[in-house]
Ligand binder design. Structure first.
Ligand code: NAD
Length: 738
């Protein structure tokens, strides 16, 4: 019997080989070059062994597999980028072959002549689902943890190992397109309803059921390899398809504004693939996949949303040599809007929380937020009653600072007021054990200033959450001037424990995310003042790839908060630091009209009672003489939004606020949804090249103001044809270098 590193193969008395995928030293199975080689050898072995009647493939881990491995994708890009310089034609040809390797392997499995059944015991994503779809039978466990998905589109590519062809030959075209263009996860039951799995069984029945399929005479032939095969619904040339296909590109355009080449390629693969024999269809998919992989969008999205996000999540910025923190208890002070939710996410991560407010009523009210969230999760089947009860039992409301005497970390989320924070810092530090860390969730007060109230500024740090805390994946960790390495390590351990992605930022007004967000909102103020109709402003932003229009976003964060920040900026930095026209606009909205945003039901939008939808406030157009829509260039509006934000991000790098390009990119996408297809703020600049970006800035500056003027760093980078990832190489000096 052959031995493998990543698999075991055991053949039972019935002649069924059980192939168990269990990669040593990894928490999850992934496709690597070695895994593919071994799978290839297993196919050969099972074909050659006449005792083997059929094969069941499963995972030895709690998940089935997450799909392709980071290092494999990285090496593919490295190879391509290097070869492109030497010989572009050869680079494309080689990439095509590389891309086809997985496709060919799965097709070999499918046509091996012996029946294969995939026994899906947990999350099964990407390439792992594509392998399962090449098997002749698929059985999934009904465990809650089973998630089935082809999520490639979310990182700028698409299922390129037969996925587009097999899904569209198993499920109806509409469901297939929906699943692949959104990358949504399916439950086992939904996958069965879509005809992607044959059986859903109790977890302990998984392997017996898979083996039974073979014993029951499962054919070793895929449906599309049978004579007379027809795709569900009859293929492309049917009345139902005549309804679907003409609308499909329009729907995709509505959802993506044409910004995602990977999503469009899915439509092309399915539409073209369904018209030809299966092997030709696979070639079509392979060609589009090769093409999409060469786009700037795919490169940048994979780098930021797959590689960098994982690296930051795994503590890329954590100082070495400090033991990992086991949180025995965390304190949250201030049980208001933010504190209550911070307590929830902490308890949800299994960490006991003491939630302190000025009196026990306020603290208890804060805990009731978690009660509401738990109730909601139970009703949606995400938590069991017992899990919900356990989560709530971990939150102890209190009005006594002495209850913080045994915590490893305190997160302060009291009023945004220097004096209140000073009193809280002093009161907490009076009881806080030696070595425990104090983290402030302030959004506007510099950490170094707050740390002046601390007796141990080395243990003082900022941990800035975004609202809604339960949903937002990003946390900014802010270093004060005196913050020490231990505080940083503890803060990063905490962010990892609550399963969010951290970015580490040096102290500055607005930190990283809010500095960028306010540029976005201020550009919309400029446009309003120029007379651009509000609807065009909102739509141009969405066409540029922003998830929420700037006026809508300003309503969410509250217009009076913008006013407060503008006034504080004037107080601290002088009149010249803000645009007086912006202040006049906001003063009029807040002081004269009491339009504060969603919170009082009136802002740039009106918020009628549900189910009516919000709509732009019509009177806004009386503020400034309106331009005619035909006289406005939407392409320029789109550029202005992306460029003003990217420039601000570039300034944060130049000022040393953000030091690692990965953090600016990931922070911009997770923090405020910066056009994800760009790969983030700095990838947007790198993607077009510093020279082009500087020229664009100069052009915009001549028409729309000095804030578009490129910085000295950018001009220098343009002159030297440098990129942010080159000049501020995050891997410099490490063997991680890609
Ligand atoms: P909030 O007014 O909803 O809550 C503040 C809470 O602090 C209240 O429950 C209050 O009773 C309590 N509190 C005040 N003084 C206290 C004291 N001495 N001891 C104990 N508790 C005290 O405010 P919020 O929106 O949750 O903001 C809290 C902090 O989070 C602020 O620093 C804010 O800048 C920051 N922040 C807010 C947001 C947001 O979207 N609202 C986002 C990120 C950060």
């Amino acid at each position: 019997m052959t031995t493998y590193i990543n698999f075991t193969v055991e053949t039972d008395a019935d002649g069924i080989a059980l192939v168990t995928w269990d990669m040593p030293g990894k928490s999850m199975n992934v496709f690597t070059s070695d895994v593919m080689e071994e799978l290839d050898a297993i196919i050969d072995q099972t074909v050659a062994d006449s005792a083997v009647k059929g094969v069941v493939v499963t995972s030895g881990k709690s998940t089935f597999s997450g799909g392709a491995d980071l290092s494999m994708i990285k090496s593919m890009f490295t190879f391509f980028n290097e070869e492109k310089v030497r010989d572009p034609d050869n680079a494309a040809r080689k990439l095509f072959d590389l891309v086809g390797r997985m496709t060919g392997l799965f097709r070999k499995l499918e046509t091996s002549g012996k029946p294969w059944v995939s026994a899906i015991n947990g999350t099964c994503m990407g390439g792992a689902l594509e392998m399962s779809l090449a098997c002749h039978g698929r059985v999934a466990s009904n465990a809650k943890s089973v998630k089935i998905a082809l999520p490639e589109v979310k990182v700028g590519i698409f299922p390129g190992a037969g996925g587009t062809q097999r899904v569209s030959r198993l499920a109806d075209a509409q469901s297939a397109l929906q699943m692949m263009t959104t990358g949504q996860s399916l439950t086992a039951a939904r996958a069965k309803a879509m005809n992607l799995v044959h059986q859903v069984v109790e977890p302990d029945q998984l392997i017996p059921a898979a083996k039974q399929m073979i014993k029951d005479g499962l054919k070793a032939v895929a449906p599309w390899d049978e004579r007379g095969f027809k795709a569900p619904g009859g293929g492309i040339w049917t009345p139902a398809s005549a309804q679907l296909w003409p609308a499909a590109p329009a729907i995709l355009r509505r959802e993506t504004a044409g910004n995602y080449p990977g999503a469009l390629a899915i439509l092309k693969c399915v539409y073209e693939g369904l018209q030809v024999p299966f092997d030709t269809a696979l070639k079509i998919e392979q060609r589009y996949f090769t093409e999409v992989l060469q786009t700037t969008e795919a490169f940048s999205m994979i780098r930021s949303l797959f590689i960098s996000m994982q690296e930051l999540g795994k503590g890329a910025r954590r100082p070495a040599g400090i033991p990992k923190t086991e949180f025995r208890k965390v304190g949250v002070v201030g049980a208001g809007f933010m504190g209550a939710s911070i307590a929830y996410v902490t308890a949800a991560a299994g960490i006991p929380v003491t939630l302190v407010d000025r009196d026990i009523e306020a603290a208890t009210k804060g805990k009731s937020v978690s009660e509401g969230l738990v109730k909601d999760s139970i009703s949606k089947g995400r938590l069991t009653q017992d899990e919900g009860a356990a989560l709530l039992s971990r939150i102890t409301p209190s009005a006594e600072y002495t209850d913080l005497k045994d915590v490893s970390l305190v997160i302060e989320a009291v009023f945004e007021d220097r004096d209140v924070k000073k009193a809280v810092i002093e009161a907490v530090e009076a009881v806080l054990p030696e070595g425990a860390i104090f983290a402030s969730n302030t959004s506007t007060l510099p950490i170094s200033g707050l740390a002046k109230n601390s007796r141990r500024p080395a243990d003082f740090i900022g941990v800035h959450f975004f609202s809604p805390v339960e949903k937002m994946m990003l946390t900014e960790v802010i270093l004060g001037k005196e913050t020490g390495d231990t505080a940083l390590a503890v803060a990063l351990d905490y962010v990892a424990a609550i399963r969010k992605t951290p970015i580490v930022v040096n102290d500055t007004r607005g930190f990283f995310v809010n500095r960028c967000v306010f540029r976005y909102i201020h550009e919309a103020y400029d446009m309003l003042i120029e007379g651009v109709p509000a609807a065009m402003i909102e739509n141009a932003a969405k066409m540029a790839g922003m998830p929420v229009g700037p006026l809508s976003l300003n309503d969410e964060v509250a217009i009076d908060l913008s006013q407060k920040i503008l006034k504080a900026t004037v107080a601290d930095l002088g009149e010249a630091a803000v645009d007086p026209k912006h202040l006049a606009l906001i003063n009029r909205m807040v002081d004269d009209l009491d339009r504060r945003g969603r919170k009082n039901g009136r802002g740039f939008y009106d918020y009628p009672a549900k189910p009516a939808k919000k709509s732009l406030w019509p009177e806004l157009k009386t503020f400034y003489p309106q331009k005619k829509a035909d006289d406005i260039d939407v392409a320029v509006l789109k550029q202005r939004f992306l460029v003003t934000i990217a420039l601000e991000a570039a300034r944060t790098i130049e000022e040393g606020i953000v030091t690692d390009p990965r953090e600016a990119d990931v922070g911009s996408i997770l923090g405020f949804g910066f056009a994800p297809y760009t790969g983030g703020v700095l990838s947007y600049i790198d993607g077009m090249g510093a020279k082009t970006f500087v020229a664009l800035c100069d052009k915009l500056a001549s028409s729309y103001g000095k804030h578009f003027e490129p910085t000295a760093l950018l001009r220098d980078m343009a002159a030297k044809a440098e990129t942010f990832y080159g000049r501020f190489d995050p891997y410099a000096g490490t063997k991680e270098a890609a």
